[in-house]
Design a protein around this ligand. Sequence first.
Ligand code: DGL
Length: 264
Amino acid sequence: MSNQQAKILIFDSGVGGLSVYKEIHNKLPQLEYLYIFDNEAYPYGELDHDTLIARVDNLVTSLVEKYNIDLVVIACNTASTIVLPTLRAKLTIPVVGVVPAIKPASNLANKAVGLIATPATITRPYTHELIRDFSQSKPVELLGSTRLVDIAEEKLRGKSVDLDELKKILLPIENKIDVAVLGCTHFPLIKDEIQIVLSDRVLLVDSGEAIARRVEDLLRIEKEEREVGTREIFSTAPPWKEGALNKALNHLGFSSVQHYPIAI
Ligand code: DGL
């Protein structure tokens, strides 16, 4: 593959995929990045199955064609647990998904694992298969929350996280676990705050670094090519607090949000 020009498309419902982008960009700053978030249908954690598949399929396949993309990352656990077979059947380029890091978490745990994810992810058969296959010996406590996703969206727009509110949300698993899986890509954006609330006794695990390694392997990038590539970002609806959001995005090296309405 002609490495310097490799174009990667990162997909999420909101800003969560930026946590995955950061990990990939750390390793591969020379790639050209396109990021799309389907905020018109946010939150994906409360969206019905068929609508979610249709939207991701439509957006990803149209962008891949329009921009000549080399690799797609579905940087959303909620989507990855159901859309990957459909996308892989349609596209000829690699499609990397993000699913909850149950296996490494279970290996690290002494007591029990907490899976913090969206309400949809904790009910998905895919998630329950992961638990059955990779955490036989450690119990997994499930916590599904859309409010946590909103808190990450707010933080990226400059609002500080209310630790008392966070504590109330995490209370059901707080004392039961010694490892927590951040099973939604929004949550690494509020990792520091989650760590404060759960204390140092709980180890936090996410999939970001593993995804970056997978992308690196698939693209077979030459290490010496370190020039920084372009970074563009699209949304399916005008984002709320667009000014504050653009500030954070510009800080990450993206140009301001461009609108990319869905055609269904
Ligand atoms: N960032 C997403 C995930 O990893 C979805 C958040 C949402 O829209 O509910 O699951």
